[in-house]
Design a protein around this ligand. Sequence first.
Ligand SMILES: Nc1ncnc2c1ncn2[C@@H]1O[C@H](COP(=O)(O)OP(=O)(O)OP(=O)(O)O)[C@@H](O)[C@H]1O
Ligand SMILES: [Mg+2]
Length: 220
Amino acid sequence: MLQLDTQHYQNLIKDAKILEQDERGAKVYETPNNKIIKLFRSRRKLSSATFYSYAKHFVRNARRLQLRDLDTIVIDNLYFVSDENCYLVQYSKLEGVTLREQLKQSQQPMALIQDLIPYLNHLHNKGVFFRSIHFGNILYQANHKFALIDIADMNIYPWSLTFWQRVRNFRHLSRYPEDQMYLQQFGFDHFLQQYFNLAGYKNWQIKCLINWTQSRTAFR
Ligand SMILES: Nc1ncnc2c1ncn2[C@@H]1O[C@H](COP(=O)(O)OP(=O)(O)OP(=O)(O)O)[C@@H](O)[C@H]1O
Ligand SMILES: [Mg+2]
């Protein structure tokens, strides 16, 4: 990890566009040279060690996803800005838009939801349990492949996810009303049926799995 003084920090975000901000200010920047800079700031209640661990996980998860041949961001550097008391991760911008944005602008949004089924199964087979999975953290790339961003909060196991983990992950996936709308339009039952079928479960198991998943998600 590199230490950065305020001057260098200011240089790094010079002429950058703010992509995301909250009450404490900018948290994701896009720089003119196509880099993304994401800030992990200490909050009063959380120690800076906690924030270091988020930033560290972010960097480590990028590497672990790449080792599994899963598209994600490529990290350039992890910095600590002592004057700002924040950690900062710099990585390359991927060409594409979030799945949420793509769904809004697509003529055939249901085809994208259809493509999501094998993608999720693939992630789960590779042992990826991504707690922040939602349509704003899946990028739809210009080459039509999905990629993961915002990857601080995940576990990656050396084995495929169990059925309970798969069921639980659908709860994360379907948290936001704007995403639920598309899953509902596709038919959540239909989505799950195809997903569990692809994951290799038998028809009698799939019925239970769909019921469990639906009883654990905020919508039917
Ligand atoms: N590598 C990337 N390539 C292209 N766009 C990106 C990339 N990383 C982030 N973005 C854009 O920046 C936005 C915000 O990024 P990100 O999801 O990491 O932050 P966030 O959701 O605001 O953060 P957090 O959930 O940690 O508070 C994304 O929705 C996406 O539009
Ligand atoms: Mg996000």
